[in-house]
Write a protein of this length. Structure first.
Length: 260
């Protein structure tokens, strides 16, 4: 068995504390930013607005993820202690809300910088987003949070900061899934196989939230009220995203460029 007992704090200098999670979260966004810069340069579009887009997406991800966690995972606690909603450094971000927040942020960005359409940006932004999601799950692993259910397999990880039970390293399962999705989307982009508007966005939604739906079966319950339910909160929230992805993949058949 693999024993995991890494301190979530990377560096602490007086009042300044740097956590592994924060480093990986921001690092994922910055690396994704570089990928998006390369995409824009490849297609001959200016990269200057991307700095503003990064700020929009970062704010949208944080706000959306926090609100979703408050509303869906522990509303009773947060409604009783509203000041705790602002304390995001204590953890509590939901990826489903982060996804909605990012999409809204992109829409707001395009109102200020109207170039191309929303689907053009979504089809390309899902590539670095998958990579960023991989980094975020690695951050969860460094924090020994969002752990899996106990397992008898020899691949189990003992998260010593939680208990002495070997558990599914579900954070790594998700991280590797998102990395594979990034590689697939990047490969499709390089092969110019994403000309149909909305296809890559839809494929991203199907694969990311489909894998999330499946991996929830080996993940510990995240909401205090979901014990004993047929599906977890994360699974119920994933289903609409998968259906949305199926719709956009189906819709993309009618938005292929006409042959010359």
């Amino acid at each position: 068995m693999f024993f995991w007992n890494v301190d979530p704090i990377l560096v602490q200098l007086g009042p300044i504390t740097l956590h592994w999670y924060g480093l990986l979260f921001v690092g994922g966004f910055l690396l994704g930013f570089r990928v998006m810069q390369w995409i824009c340069q490849r297609e001959g579009y200016p990269t200057e607005p991307l700095e503003s887009l990064l700020l929009y997406m970062f704010a949208g991800a944080i706000i959306g993820a926090r609100l979703a966690h408050v509303l869906f995972y522990d509303p009773e606690f947060y409604f009783a202690h509203p000041i705790e909603i602002l304390k995001i450094w204590r953890g509590g971000l939901a990826s489903h809300g982060g996804t909605v927040g990012v999409i809204i942020a992109i829409w707001l960005f395009l109102r200020k910088y109207p170039q191309n359409g929303l689907l053009w940006w979504l089809d390309r932004l899902v590539i670095p987003t998958a990579l960023t999601a991989c980094f975020i799950r690695l951050g969860n692993f460094m924090n020994s949070e969002i752990v899996g259910l106990p397992t008898g397999g020899n691949w189990g990880v003992v998260f010593a900061r939680i208990d002495n039970l070997p558990r599914h390293p579900v954070q790594l399962y998700e991280a590797f899934s998102y990395l594979a999705i990034f590689i697939l989307l990047f490969w499709l982009y390089r092969r110019n196989a994403m000309k149909a508007k909305g296809f890559s966005f839809g494929l991203f939604m199907i694969l990311v939230f489909g894998s999330r739906l499946l991996l929830e079966f080996v993940k510990t319950p995240q909401a205090s009220y979901e014990a004993g339910n047929m599906l977890t909160v994360g699974q119920w929230l994933s289903i609409p995203f998968v259906l949305l992805g199926i719709f956009f993949v189906w819709r993309s058949r009618y938005h292929r460029p006409k042959a010359v």
